[in-house]
Design a binder for this molecule. Structure first.
Ligand code: MG
Length: 158
């Protein structure tokens, strides 16, 4: 049986934090605010995985009230979601994702992100889509106030 899941996340830009996307630190004047490393892309992907198997979201599995996970590397969150998928006898078929952001350009970092994420997902790099688009200057994302990410995942249950 083949299942799909969807994930969405958004984080606000803030000064004084590194910008981490897909497990990669990207040079920028601002980082994202959050309890973890605020890796919005990894969060959307983890939620897509959990959604595919009908599990609760990452806010449930990684509550932002838990001091032990403050500043956690979000690739760990993905690895945990992958583990939960495996517990459901699931195998990830593919993951596709889109970042919605005005700046910085992420094309130079796509390859590094693909390597980090596919390793955390234990997925062939060709089965992972990472895309980026701007919000055409519209709304909070368009004003450069933050970054949003969306992801879908396909999981085969044996
Ligand atoms: Mg998040």
């Amino acid at each position: 049986m083949s299942l799909i899941g969807f994930g969405y996340d958004i984080h606000r830009f803030i000064a004084g934090r590194p910008l981490i996307l897909g497990g990669v630190e990207i040079p920028h004047t601002l980082g994202l605010d959050g309890h973890s490393d605020a890796d919005v892309l990894s969060h959307a992907i983890a939620d897509a995985l959990l959604g595919a198997i009908g599990e609760r979201d990452i806010g449930h599995h990684f509550p932002n009230t838990d001091a032990n996970i403050r500043g956690i590397n979000s690739l760990e969150i993905i690895r945990k979601a992958v583990e939960i998928v495996a517990q459901h006898r699931g195998r990830i078929i593919n993951v596709d994702s889109t970042l919605v952001m005005e700046a910085p350009k992420i094309a130079p970092h796509l390859q590094a992100m693909r390597e980090k994420l596919s390793a955390a997902l234990n997925l062939a790099p060709a089965r992972l889509g990472i895309k980026a688009t701007t919000n055409e200057g519209l709304g909070p994302i368009g004003r450069g106030e933050g970054i949003a990410a969306m992801a879908v995942a396909s999981v085969e249950i044996s």
